[in-house]
Structure formats: C-alpha cells, structure tokens
Design a protein around this ligand. Structure first.
Ligand code: NAP
Ligand code: MN
Length: 303
C-alpha cells in the first residue's frame, strides 16, 4: 500500500562524522515519510474501560468527518487507546497485516512506551492522521520457533516485547546454544528473550539493559539461575545481533514448557528445541511528532 520513499543520497557518508551518524540513524530506523492522505482506513483498539471507549467513539466520529473509513479488518492505521498492554493486543490482532498497517497509541493511564499520546491530545492526533505528512518508523520484533520431538510441524511466533520460557513443573533445565554451538547449561526459573522496545518491560525487571530500537537485536536475560560449583551460567544479559540465533534445548523432560509471547501464555509438550532470532517482520509506528526514545525512557522511569 505504501510507496517507499528512498532514503536520500548517501554522498554525505564521506563527509564529517556527525553527518555519517545522522544518516546511519535514519537508515537503521527505516524512517520513511508519507504525505497527508495516505491513511484512508482506520481501526481503534481499546482497553475496554469506559473512558477509553468514550475516546474511541470520539475518534470514530472525528475521523469519519474527515472522510476516513472505519475499517476493523484492513486498517492502514490502528489507534490503540489504553496502555502498552492495549498496544500489545492490537499488535497481535493485526499481526497478519504488519506490512500494511501502522500503529499509534494513546494512553489513558501513565505514559507508555508504545502509547505516547495523551487523552487531551485526541483532537490534535486526529487532525494529524487526516491532514498531516508523517513518518513511519520500523522497530525490530522477536521470532520464536518451537520444534517438537514428535513429528508435529514447528510453530513460530512474533513478539513485540518478549518471549519467556519456564517449566510448568518448576526448575527449567536446558542447554543454551548460540549459533548452533553449546554455550551453557541453564538451571533456574526461566529465560527471557526481549526485543529492543520490550527491553523496558519484563527484561528491565530482570536487570537487562535498555536497548535503543535502532539496534536490530535480541536480549537474553536470566530468571534466577542456579550458580554453584556444579552449575554455571554467564549471569550477564546477552545481546545478539540479527542473523545470530539462540536455541534452548530441554535436558531430560521435554514436557510442560511454559512459553509466553507478550501477554499470551501457552504450554508446549514434546519440545525438542526453541529457537530465537530477530524477525524479518517489523512493526511500524506512525510518528506525527518526534519523541526521542531516551526522552521516553527518562519520562517513564525517572520523571
Ligand atoms: P500488565 O501486567 O498490565 O503489564 C505489566 C506492565 O508492563 C504494565 O504497566 C505495562 O504498561 C508495562 N509494559 C508493557 N510493555 C511495556 C514496554 N515495552 N515498556 C515498558 N513497560 C511496558 O500486562 P500487559 O499490559 O498485558 O503487558 C504484558 C507485558 O507485561 C509483558 O510483555 C511483559 O513485558 C510484562 N511483564 C512484566 C513482568 C515483570 O516485570 N516482572 C512480569 C510479567 C509481565 P501498561 O500499564 O501501559 O499496560
Ligand atoms: Mn497492562
């Protein structure tokens, strides 16, 4: 649907360092500019509380007045009203058309990482959607593929925040391989593989690093690993670049693997191996004004 606007000429790469840095950042974020009128169909996803639903009704009324069509099946833009959790739900609802959909989030609670417009700014946002040029930024996602010991086909999931692996029976005992080479034997509560934009969520609670979303990478952080003379893990969070992959292989029991993908949770039996990598797919956010990532981090956590 979108025509891609080519990132300008890169002759400046040969010029002074500062310019190189700027060009690199633009390229890494795959920032594309689109003209007003590109967004024709919209959908609204809410947390389903009274206040968020009231905002949804206003958005539908205003955008319809601007001749945009309310289309819950094939939206060009999905407006999430609630919190980061609401945007996670919207992402999974529209996962089948990530290439053709941009997301934008309004928070009706505290400032969110994905929801960065306030309820008071609804009119401003609606006018921007209908009448203004805008940028689309693409952020990396995590791909998780579960392989089975019986002859069931592997299943793959995309996560916007993270995937966690635990054992429903208690201690998780698994080998961790990086690029098919044994790295360590893990014993502990579980493992968390997060995206850059998910690095401020569960990963942060596990003392993982906060990663700028212009770095296509996945971060592995441990949950309470057992470390003594017999069992040893690296202990530090690991950050893997794209084209690297990490595998978790059960040792012993291959049943009762609790795998979470963002807010979703499931149990897998007969697990042979779970593989993690930076996904080929990305999520697109419509940006109508700049809100630098580090500013968002400061406002959310420092105040
Ligand atoms: P939830 O229990 O409401 O989420 C927990 C909190 O995480 C909420 O305050 C949520 O913000 C916030 N959050 C979600 N994504 C974030 C992000 N990328 N950066 C910073 N904060 C973020 O459940 P939920 O809203 O469905 O969210 C699911 C997420 O909760 C999971 O993906 C996981 O990251 C996180 N989680 C964290 C822990 C932990 O830290 N120990 C444990 C379980 C799950 P809103 O209030 O705006 O929704
Ligand atoms: Mn939530």
């Amino acid at each position: 649907m979108y025509s891609r606007i080519q990132a300008g000429n890169h002759s400046s790469v040969r010029m002074e360092g500062v310019r190189v840095g700027m060009d690199e950042e633009k390229k890494d974020l795959h920032r594309n500019r689109f003209p007003a009128g590109t967004l024709k169909r919209f959908a609204v996803k809410t947390r389903d509380d009274e206040f968020s639903n009231e905002i949804r009704e206003r958005i539908i009324r205003y955008l319809s007045d601007f001749q945009l069509s309310h289309d819950e099946k094939k939206p060009d833009i999905v407006i999430s009203v609630g919190g980061d959790g609401t945007l996670l739900q919207a992402f999974h609802q529209y996962i089948y058309r990530l290439k053709d959909t941009s997301f934008v989030g309004i928070h009706t609670g505290h400032l969110g990482f994905y929801a960065d417009w306030t309820a008071e700014e609804v009119e401003k946002l609606v006018i921007s959607i209908a009448r203004n040029d805008f940028n689309v930024v693409e952020y990396p996602l995590l791909q998780t593929t579960v392989h089975f010991t019986d002859h069931t086909d592997p299943v793959s999931y995309l996560a916007l925040n993270e995937c966690t692996v635990r054992s429903a029976k208690g201690l998780l005992v698994a080998d961790i391989l990086i690029n098919d080479e044994q790295f360590e034997s893990f014993r502990g509560d579980g493992l968390c593989f997060s995206t850059p934009t998910g690095s401020t969520a569960y990963n942060k609670g596990l003392s993982g690093a906060i990663i700028h979303p212009s770095l296509p990478s996945i971060q592995l952080s441990e949950m309470a690993s057992i470390n003594n003379r017999v069992f040893r893990t690296i202990g530090s969070p690991l950050i893997l670049p794209k084209h690297h992959h990490c595998q978790v292989k059960p040792v012993g029991d291959s049943d009762g693997f609790n795998v979470t993908i963002d807010h979703l949770s499931m149990i897998h039996d007969h697990v042979k191996m779970i593989e993690f990598s930076v996904a080929r797919e990305k999520i697109r956010f419509a940006r109508f004004r700049p809100l630098p990532f580090w500013q968002r981090v400061r406002e959310a956590f420092i105040g």
